[in-house]
Design a protein around this ligand. Structure first.
Ligand SMILES: Cc1cc2nc3c(=O)[nH]c(=O)nc-3n(C[C@H](O)[C@H](O)[C@H](O)COP(=O)(O)OP(=O)(O)OC[C@H]3O[C@@H](n4cnc5c(N)ncnc54)[C@H](O)[C@@H]3O)c2cc1C
Length: 398
């Protein structure tokens, strides 16, 4: 195992964009420039949804622009080109079938089969050490919500829940026998308790010797630090391993609006600062229990990434410890991913893929996250512009 003590620079753009051509960088710059105008992003999001509803043929345009920035391809085979390219620079991939908003049994079965296909593709392939699952890809939101709410369920609801649990169990069992750990993504709070219960059940069943099932904790929720401690206590008592993906959380606005509308206390922290504090506290707790916790820090935040590096050093945890992964989304924060990988840390990129129309909700979330309400877009533009400038300087020198 490696101990690397030098500070990782997230500003080394030569490393960050080493596998991007000038043309690709200019295209990314153009896209992030559009994101600067949040009103335009809102406008375009609505227009795109409308055009899709009206069955306008806009797939080609989307595929050449925003899709190309944030998605790897329409199929596993198409995405494999990017998997290989990332692997050359010691970055591994998490293939994420990002189809959302489906509601029929046929759709759920299709997604289940696709996730099993990813597991088969990933087994014995060190370029794809994990896979992931969005529970709403294989289960209806309404049944998840009903069980979440605590309201009385009918016999039929229970039957539906048994079917969905079995669907998840088939995926988890496949992950287990093929030794490909799987992340369960976190979603909205009004379905998350049901997802938590399913994840806990699967962890109990499959995480005896290895953390095969990893659950996700959104630290923008003020109750998650307590939940993390509870999960660790249970795992210690039952002699299981647990897998934790830490994120800040992607549904902030939706959560606050719903809580205000229905008149219940928002599950979201009062300030961003509180979210940041809990995210970093959770990192420390996971590292202090690294013997039983497999941690993935899913973040684009440089301070939290640096904090994790410092904590690993403080606790004498080697930089390539098999229980510690850093993870960013494809198309974002390459300055973090590539520089960490070059310094010997375990890095994975979440690689969404799927048919253009089906990944639109995912793409809209990325566009909104990168629009001017956050400073993420500023960070991306800053690094891309610097790299283009650096390359121009290099060309002048030669
Ligand atoms: C590999 C990976 C996997 C992911 N998986 C999931 C997942 O399963 N489920 C999910 O929900 N998200 C997921 N995300 C998205 C994630 O939750 C964040 O939305 C995104 O990464 C931005 O947060 P950040 O840590 O990168 O950094 P930052 O840019 O520092 O933080 C932005 C985040 O801070 C929080 N925040 C902003 N303002 C406030 C405020 N006023 N009060 C409280 N909190 C605030 C929000 O969560 C916001 O997204 C994933 C992200 C990555 C990189």
């Amino acid at each position: 195992m490696n101990f690397i003590t030098k500070k990782v620079s997230f500003n080394n753009t030569a490393i960050a964009f080493s596998n991007k051509s000038d043309h690709q960088l200019k295209q990314s710059k153009w896209l992030f420039k559009i994101f600067e105008k949040s009103r335009l992003v809102n406008f375009f999001s609505k227009i795109i949804l409308l055009l899709i509803k009206l069955k306008f043929p806009i797939d080609g345009l989307i595929k050449k622009t925003i899709y190309k920035q944030f998605c790897a391809g329409e199929t596993i085979d198409e995405s494999n080109e990017i998997v290989k390219k990332l692997n050359e620079l010691k970055i591994s991939s998490i293939l994420d079938y990002s189809v959302e908003g489906k509601e029929t049994t046929e759709d759920f079965e299709n997604t289940k089969n696709e996730v099993i296909k990813i597991i088969q593709f990933a087994k014995n392939n060190s370029a794809i050490p994990y896979t992931s699952l969005k529970i709403t890809g294989v289960a209806s939101s309404s049944i998840l919500e009903k069980f979440n709410s605590g309201e009385a369920v009918t016999e039929r609801d229970q039957e539906e829940m048994n079917v969905l649990e079995e669907r998840i169990n088939v995926i988890a069992h496949n992950a287990f026998i093929n030794k490909v750990p799987i992340y369960f993504d976190a979603e909205e709070s009004w379905i998350q308790e049901t997802i938590d219960r399913l994840a806990e059940k699967m962890m109990r069943k499959y995480n005896k010797e290895n953390a095969i099932i990893l659950t996700t904790l959104q630290m923008y929720r003020w109750d998650r630090l307590g939940y993390l401690k509870k999960l660790i206590d249970i795992a210690r008592k039952e002699k299981n391993l647990i897998g934790i993906k830490l994120v800040r959380g992607a549904y902030l606005e939706k959560e606050n609006i719903r809580a205000a509308k229905l008149g219940y206390p928002s599950p979201i922290q009062k300030t961003k600062h509180n979210t940041d504090i809990d995210f970093d506290k959770a990192i420390t707790i996971c590292l202090e229990n690294i013997d039983i916790v497999k941690l993935c820090a899913g973040t684009h935040n440089e301070d939290s990434t640096q904090f994790l590096i410092n904590e690993m050093k403080r606790l004498n945890i080697p930089n390539n410890h098999p229980h510690v992964y850093f993870s960013q989304l494809y198309g974002m924060s390459d300055n973090i991913s590539y520089n960490l990988a070059a310094a010997g840390y375990n890095v994975t990129k979440y690689l969404p893929y799927g048919p253009v129309k089906s990944v639109i909700p995912y793409l809209i979330r990325r566009a909104e996250e990168n629009s001017s309400i956050s400073n993420q877009m500023g960070r991306e533009l800053f690094h891309i512009t610097n790299e283009l400038k650096r390359r121009r300087g290099q060309k002048l020198l030669h």
